[in-house]
Design a protein around this ligand. Sequence first.
Ligand SMILES: [Zn+2]
Length: 132
Amino acid sequence: MNQNRFDGLQIGLAEISRLLLPFAIIWLLGSLGLGWLVKSFFILLLLLLLMPVLAFLGFRWWLSRNLVQAKCPVCSYEFMSLNASEFNCPSCGEPLKAENGAFQRLTPPGTIDVSAVEVQTTRRLDDAEAMK
Ligand SMILES: [Zn+2]
């Protein structure tokens, strides 16, 4: 009974010393005149903690500089895109380009994508033929 209590006390002490070990090492380094090592370690730790925050802020700044919010010139659907990039309108699929804070069509106005329409009608005709 007494033996068990003594064991429990020993385990408790071992756990406490394990918890105190980092502090003991810091104190030891500090007392050895290696305070700069401790400081640089903490600065490094701080930098590691700040890195995601800085990266996030930098990313937001970059986005605010490069994001364009405008309306599609074809279907006037409003959405955001990266500046100076080519993409398709998420609403009507028109190929667009972001320039000077506005979206411009890549194809000149009046151009109709005939080939795509033609392929679809011929396929539909073939289907109708197969149905007979
Ligand atoms: Zn559109």
